[in-house]
Each structure stands twice: as structure tokens, then as C-alpha cells.
Design a protein around this ligand. Structure first.
Ligand SMILES: Nc1nc2c(c(=O)[nH]1)N[C@H]1C(S)=C(S)[C@@H](COP(=O)(O)OP(=O)(O)OC[C@H]3O[C@@H](n4cnc5c(=O)[nH]c(N)nc54)[C@H](O)[C@@H]3O)O[C@H]1N2
Ligand SMILES: Nc1nc2c(c(=O)[nH]1)N[C@H]1C(S)=C(S)[C@@H](COP(=O)(O)OP(=O)(O)OC[C@H]3O[C@@H](n4cnc5c(=O)[nH]c(N)nc54)[C@H](O)[C@@H]3O)O[C@H]1N2
Ligand SMILES: [Mo]
Length: 719
């Protein structure tokens, strides 16, 4: 990106009048916005979209799909922005240009040939705006299916399922300003230095206001140890602020036991908020009995943390007047994720840390609008109320049968039960678990369609016919309908605000995501007959989409007015706003679970798959992981010195990793062992390279999320 372009770009990131940073879902300050409300990794995400390189028709006619398949992910991504709609015809080796009309008609024709609407799958990735997401689910539902898997299924689904049952809302309950009011902030299973860098500023400020910060992680992540604010020169030059006061080096998947231990300390010290428990909760007695019956020896063994340490931290939590607990993928991608997150909710309920200033749960979302997408209806399992409101608004009769989530989609495609896969953003092939099964599923389809900004692997492993529809990115001007339009997004704390691109589009042939959905919907209706949905009017002025959202989804009153106010508006959050819990019991629920540890044989390891500093999910910027001091390769296994020594290996030993699940084994070769400070018995590899090892059927209970953070593996030297 040129220097002038970059200055004008960065001066508009996360400003009141600018675009929402596509880097992550961490909120911006409600009142003050300094010159640069972005971070190094947000800058990378923006520069990646704003690249001057183009992967146009000449590029696609030069390289066959087979040749492109041999190229690494970072090479594919670095070819630049897509410029034209493209088709890979059945039997052809090369993508070729086609017109938008031809593209829409080809897709509509294939969809109309299906035996049932449920043979189509509409995937969403969380960068999609509220407006595009709302139209997307409307397209799927008016077509006749709830097959709306999304990246949440692989991400925070466990948080949503757990919190909905515990506190009656599937989202977090804190605002950014609560960080300044908390006396204790626990960050568990999250690496904010890399994945939510602006969160470190909030943690630093919280510490200045007197809060303690505890990090719970098998790794001592650098951002938590030494943090330098990117826009504060003194801190850049100085030694940095230590963010974490206490670091608990939990074993992978030891968190449920650890929080049980904290609960035990709180109850044993009589530190509960009795008044809150009596007035606002349900199920306490049952939970108390279970906690007191849990053995501290067992808790200590599972978590890998000494009893005295568990009691000390439990004591701190018990004395805290306002605790916030933040988490991300380190908690959500395990078999017992829902139980673990409910254990955390229980611990916070014990102290009444819900609907109180400076306290609450804070699942930190990943994709910048993944939370908004859910709010506006991207959900394979929609509520009846929502479907009824769509019926009232549009006169369509949506089916109520639950649709497919991400894991089920792969299964059904693989077994021949779905034949068209259409993807609104994302990179399903690389992001999903069990890469080979996912590939098989996609290749079984008669048609796969990707609405994308840049080339990725999902364009190469495709159905018999494949179509790429290139769209505008967040940073670009959207003049759909002949006038300037903007979209809205919701951040991790429930603030809805506008996002306006300012850059010239990468190509004059790009369409906005909204107009792609509208164009596709109208092509389908040309064949199947009209549904009466006013697609033209909706995409002609996004205010019309927002009006429909307002009429069909609670909390969006005066949407068009309030989204134009600087900083946007908060969606209602009953637990936070007035200690109301919309559960069946009308109270916050203590949900009681047995401890569910994963037992790993002596000769095996528990593997987590994590992000490096230089990637955005499946988009790889380079092979470096600066904060962890790793460079030059991503096919590495982080392993403790003790485990390396006990096997008589040396660092850089080449190994084969084999995952074991039920009776299935999957092997992947040519990984290098690297010595790292990680609990013995635990190892780490990078996602997406290691996705091939995660068995499709290895999922979290109830949320069905792939267990990307707990894979049982054996590791053998390669000769
Ligand atoms: N730069 C950048 N920013 C991003 C992304 C990106 O790829 N790059 N991705 C975005 C997305 S979609 C998401 S969801 C978020 C992801 O943000 P994170 O959840 O921070 O990402 P991961 O790398 O998956 O890190 C998981 C962390 O959990 C720890 N962990 C793993 N297993 C366990 C466990 O059993 N217990 C505990 N306590 N900790 C564990 C790991 O050591 C690691 O520090 O980031 C978002 N932001
Ligand atoms: N093993 C393992 N697997 C994981 C995870 C893990 O921790 N471990 N994490 C999981 C998580 S948390 C997530 S969220 C998923 C991510 O899954 P996805 O969201 O499917 O993957 P991304 O890599 O974020 O998608 C990148 C692609 O999105 C397209 N894109 C970028 N910007 C835009 C835009 O503005 N519009 C459109 N239409 N397209 C755009 C580009 O073409 C780019 O190639 O992966 C999951 N997979
Ligand atoms: Mo995510």
C-alpha cells in the first residue's frame, strides 16, 4: 500500500466517521478517539485488503488450479485482490472471467435443480456487515433452508450456548468502561498481545486504576508480560508495562477443574454474595454440594496447579468486589467447553459479579462482526419468534427445521446430502477441522461459490463447477444504487455503529456484499418465481435493510437514527442493564457439571492449535511468530524440554504427528520439534496447518465446535 494511501487509511480506522477495523471485535472507546485507534495487527489486516496487487483474469489464465494448489497460503494471499467474477467450469483446469449476470444465473440454475432446498448450504464468515448478513439469512430462508453454518460454529459457539443457559443471553455482560472500574480481571485462554492488541491498552489503564490482572494459560504469552503501547513513544522506548500480576500455567483443558477449585475456596471461606445468590439465582444448593464434594487433589492433578496456589487465587477472587473474566479460543474449543464456561459463570455468580459496575463475563469475539452476524439472524438454529417476525415483515414462510452447522455441513456434503455450497467470505476449506474430510465434502458438491476479496485455498479445492464472486472490502467506498452507502457492525460489547469505506475500490467490477446477495436472490426468483421480498429496494438504500432489521429484531429501535450518532448505540443487555435473566427460571442459573478431564496415555500428548503473530486466521502474512521468537517455519511443534529429553530427541527433530480419536488415526508428516515453555504432556502447533489432524467427529458437547485446542496425538521421529 502506498504511503499516502496508508496515511489516509489509518487516519480513518475506528474513527467516528471511518471504517471499522477488520482486525478484531474489541470495542473502541465510547467517548474519546485518539489519532490512531488501531494496532500493528489491525494495520496488517487493513494493508492486506488495501494491497496494490491484483489477481485478475490474466493471473488466473496463467496458473492452473493444480499449479496453484502447490503454492503456500501466504503466496496465494499475496497475489492481491480479486477483480472480476470467475468460473472454473466442470473439467477445466483454469478459472476464467464471466459476467455478473452469467455468474448469478449459473448459481440460480444449479440451486433450482436441487431435490430440496436443504441440499444448499450458505456459510458466513464474521467480517460480513449486519446489512449483508441480514440479507444473506433472508436469501437462505426464502429459498427454504436454515442451513446457515458460520465461523461462530468453530469459534465462540460454546460461549453462546453456555451463557444463554446460565444467564439468559449468549453474549458478554461488560462495557469497555467496566475495565476501569474492576478490581480484578482474569484473562483465560486468550492471547490478546497478538489477537486483540487494543485490549492491552484497556488492561494497562485498568491496572493504573488499581485492578489486578491474572492470566490463565499454558503459555506465558508475551503481550501479558511486557506490553508496549504502539502509540505511546515513552512506552515503546521504555521497558513496557507488566500486564499480568499473576500467571497461572494451567494444563491444556485444565480450566474447568481450576475454576472448580476457585469455587471451592470461595465457598469454604464464606466469600459468597449471599444476597445476590438468594435474589437472583437458581440451583445454588446443588452446585454447592457438587463443589464441596470435589477433591482438591484431583483438581490439582487435572489443572497442573498446586493446591496452595488454587486456594490463594480463589481467595483473591472471593475478596474481589468487581471481577471481570475474559476468554477466547483457549476455552471454547474443547469437548468440555460449555461445562467450563458455565463453571466460570458459576464462580462469578457466587460473588454477584453480574449487572454490577466493573464486573461480568467477557467472551472476547474474534472476527470484527461475528457477534453482529448472529444478532441479525445468521443462525442454523433460529428462534420461532424470529422466523415469525420474518413472516410478518416479508410474507415468506420460513421453515422451522433446524439447519446444519459447520461440522454437520461437512458430514452431509461428504455423504452426498448437499450439493451446492455458497460462502459469504471466509475460507471454509482451511478453517474447518479435518481438512481431508472437508475437501471431500466440497469436492462432492456440484457447485461451490465463494464471495471473497482475495485468493485462498477454498477457491482451489472446489465442487465440480466453482465460482468466485469478488466483493468490496470494508475500507472501500460503496456506491451501490448510485449513492454513497455505509454498513453497520456490532463489537464484542454489543455496540452497534456504522462503518464507511473511503478508498477507491480495488476494481471497477467489484460489487458490495449486499448487492451480490440481492443479485443472486433476484436471479433465483427469475427461475423459481417471486417471493415478494423487495430486493431492489433493499439494496438500493441500505436504510431500508436497517428498517427491516428494526422491525424484526428487538433492540434496534430508531436504528437509522442511532447508528448515525458518533460511537453508535448499545443493544439491550438485560443482565448488565438491570440484573434481569431471561432464562426459563427467570433467574441466573448455577449449572452443575461433573469434572470431565481428558485422560491422555503416557506416550501421548494433548495438542492445542493456535495462531501466530503473523496471520489472520487462514490468511498467513509470513512464517514468523515474533513474540514467541519463532521464525522461518510454521510446521513446528512446541514441546517442553522435559518431553524432548525424555525421548532422547534434539531440538528440530523431524517428526510425524498422529491424532487418535475413537478408532480413527490421522497422520501428518514433516513437522519440527521446537523447545518451548509449555507444560509437559502438552504440545502446540499452528492452525490452519494442523487442521488436517483434527477429526471431524471430535467436537465440543452441545456446541458442536471442533476441539481445536484438545487433540490427543502421538509424535514419532521421522527417519
Ligand atoms: N492478528 C490476529 N488477530 C485475530 C485473529 C488472527 O488470526 N490474527 N483471529 C481472530 C479470531 S476469529 C479469533 S476467534 C480471536 C482468537 O484469539 P485467541 O483465542 O487469543 O487465539 P488463539 O491463538 O486461538 O489463542 C488461544 C490462546 O489460548 C491458550 N490456550 C489453548 N488451550 C488452552 C486451555 O486449555 N486453557 C487455557 N487457559 N488456555 C489455552 C493458548 O495458549 C493461546 O494463548 O482472534 C481474532 N483476532
Ligand atoms: N485448528 C483450528 N482451526 C480453527 C481455529 C483454531 O483456533 N484452530 N479457529 C477457528 C475460528 S475462531 C474461526 S473464526 C475460523 C475462521 O474461519 P473463516 O472466517 O472462514 O476464515 P478466514 O481465514 O477468517 O477467512 C479469510 C478469507 O475471507 C475473505 N475476506 C476477507 N475480507 C473479506 C470481506 O470483507 N468480505 C468477504 N466476502 N470476504 C472477505 C478473504 O478471501 C480471505 O481469504 O477458523 C476456525 N478454525
Ligand atoms: Mo474466531
Amino acid at each position: 500500500m502506498g504511503i499516502i494511501a496508508s496515511l489516509s487509511n489509518f487516519s480513518r480506522v475506528n474513527k467516528f466517521y471511518g471504517f471499522d477495523c477488520p482486525g478484531c471485535a474489541w470495542p473502541d472507546s465510547d467517548s474519546k478517539r485518539t489519532f490512531a485507534e488501531f494496532c500493528e495487527n489491525g494495520a496488517k489486516a487493513i494493508a492486506d485488503e488495501a494491497t496494490k496487487r491484483r489477481a485478475g483474469p490474466t493471473f488466473w489464465s496463467k496458473w492452473s488450479v493444480a499449479e496453484l494448489s502447490k503454492k503456500p497460503d501466504n503466496w496465494l494471499n499475496s497475489q492481491g485482490r480479486l477483480t472480476h467474477p470467475l468460473v472454473l467450469k466442470e473439467g477445466s483446469e483454469y478459472y476464467e472471467q464471466l459476467s455478473w449476470d452469467e455468474a448469478f444465473n449459473t448459481i440460480a440454475l444449479e440451486l433450482s435443480k436441487l431435490n430440496s432446498p436443504n441440499e444448499a448450504i450458505f456459510y458466513t464468515s464474521g467480517r460480513t456487515s449486519n446489512e449483508a448478513a441480514y440479507l444473506w439469512q433472508l436469501l437462505a430462508r426464502s429459498f427454504g433452508t436454515n442451513n446457515l453454518p458460520d465461523c461462530s460454529n468453530m469459534c465462540h459457539e460454546s460461549s453462546g450456548v453456555a451463557l444463554l443457559q446460565s444467564i439468559g443471553i449468549s453474549k458478554g455482560t461488560v462495557k469497555l468502561e467496566d475495565f476501569d472500574k474492576a478490581d480484578l480481571i482474569i484473562v483465560v485462554g486468550q492471547n490478546p498481545g497478538t489477537n486483540h492488541p487494543r485490549m492491552l491498552t484497556a488492561l494497562r489503564d485498568a491496572k493504573r486504576s488499581g485492578a489486578s490482572v491474572i492470566s490463565i494459560n499454558p503459555l506465558m504469552e508475551t503481550g501479558m508480560v511486557r506490553f508496549k503501547h504502539p502509540q505511546n513513544p515513552l512506552e515503546v522506548l521504555g521497558r513496557g508495562t507488566t500486564i499480568s500480576d499473576d500467571h497461572i500455567r494451567v494444563r491444556i483443558n485444565g480450566d474447568q477443574a481450576l475454576f472448580r477449585g476457585f469455587a471451592k475456596a470461595i465457598i469454604s471461606n464464606n466469600d459468597e454474595d449471599v444476597d445476590f445468590i438468594e435474589r437472583h439465582t437458581n440451583g445454588y444448593e446443588n452446585y454447592r454440594t457438587e463443589v464441596l464434594g470435589s477433591s482438591l487433589t484431583e483438581i490439582s492433578e487435572i489443572s497442573g496447579i498446586e493446591q496452595s496456589e488454587i486456594e490463594r487465587i480463589g481467595g483473591l477472587i472471593g475478596k474481589s468486589k468487581s471481577t471481570i473474566c475474559c476468554w477466547a479460543m483457549g476455552l471454547t474449543q474443547h469437548k468440555n467447553s460449555v461445562a467450563t464456561i458455565q463453571e466460570i459463570a458459576n464462580v462469578l455468580l457466587l460473588g454477584g459479579h453480574m449487572g454490577r459496575d466493573g464486573a461480568g463475563v467477557c467472551p472476547v469475539r474474534g472476527h470484527s462482526n461475528v457477534q453482529g452476524d448472529r444478532t441479525v439472524g445468521i443462525n442454523h438454529n433460529p428462534s420461532m419468534e424470529f422466523l415469525e417476525s420474518l413472516n410478518l415483515e416479508f410474507g415468506i414462510e420460513p421453515v422451522s427445521k433446524k439447519g446444519l452447522d459447520a461440522v454437520e455441513s461437512v458430514r452431509v456434503m461428504r455423504d452426498g446430502g448437499a450439493r451446492v455450497f455458497v460462502s459469504m467470505g471466509g475460507n471454509f476449506l482451511s478453517a474447518m477441522s479435518d481438512t481431508n474430510s472437508t475437501a471431500e465434502g466440497l469436492q462432492n458438491c456440484s457447485l461451490t461459490v465463494q464471495i471473497s476479496t482475495k485468493p485462498n485455498r477454498s477457491h482451489l479445492i472446489s465442487g465440480k463447477t466453482a465460482i468466485i464472486l469478488p466483493c468490496l472490502g470494508r475500507t472501500e467506498r460503496d456506491e451501490t444504487g448510485g449513492h454513497s452507502q455505509f454498513v453497520t457492525v456490532e463489537n464484542s460489547m454489543g455496540v452497534v455503529h456504522r462503518s464507511i469505506g473511503n478508498r477507491k475500490p480495488a476494481s471497477p467490477h467489484l460489487l458490495s456484499e449486499c448487492s451480490i446477495v440481492g443479485g443472486l436472490a433476484m436471479a433465483i426468483e427469475d427461475i423459481r418465481g417471486s417471493t415478494g421480498i423487495p430486493w431492489k429496494g433493499l439494496i438500493g438504500d441500505y436504510d431500508n435493510i436497517r428498517e427491516s432489521i428494526e422491525r424484526t429484531i428487538p433492540g434496534f429501535e430508531s436504528y437509522n437514527k442511532r447508528c448515525r450518532i458518533d460511537g453508535g448505540f448499545y443493544l439491550p443487555n438485560p443482565p448488565r442493564d438491570n440484573r434481569e435473566f431471561n432464562t426459563e427460571s427467570g433467574m441466573a442459573n448455577f449449572i452443575t457439571h461433573k469434572l470431565q478431564p481428558i485422560f491422555v496415555d503416557e506416550d501421548k500428548f494433548l495438542m492445542m492449535t493456535i495462531r501466530s503473530h503473523d496471520q489472520y486466521n487462514t490468511t498467513i502474512y509470513s512464517t514468523n511468530d515474533r513474540y514467541r521468537g519463532i521464525s522461518g517455519s510454521r510446521r513446528v511443534v512446541l514441546m517442553s524440554q522435559i518431553d524432548i529429553d525424555s525421548r532422547g530427541w534434539k531440538e528440530f527433530q523431524k517428526v510425524t504427528i498422529t491424532s487418535h480419536f475413537q478408532r480413527r488415526e490421522i497422520s501428518s508428516h514433516a513437522w519440527s520439534v521446537i523447545e518451548y515453555d509449555i507444560p509437559p504432556g502438552n504440545v502446540a502447533t499452528y492452525f490452519p496447518e494442523s487442521n488436517v489432524l483434527i477429526p471431524l467427529d471430535s467436537v465440543a458437547d452441545r456446541s458442536n465446535t471442533p476441539t481445536s485446542k484438545s487433540v490427543v496425538v502421538s509424535i514419532a521421529p521421522m527417519h
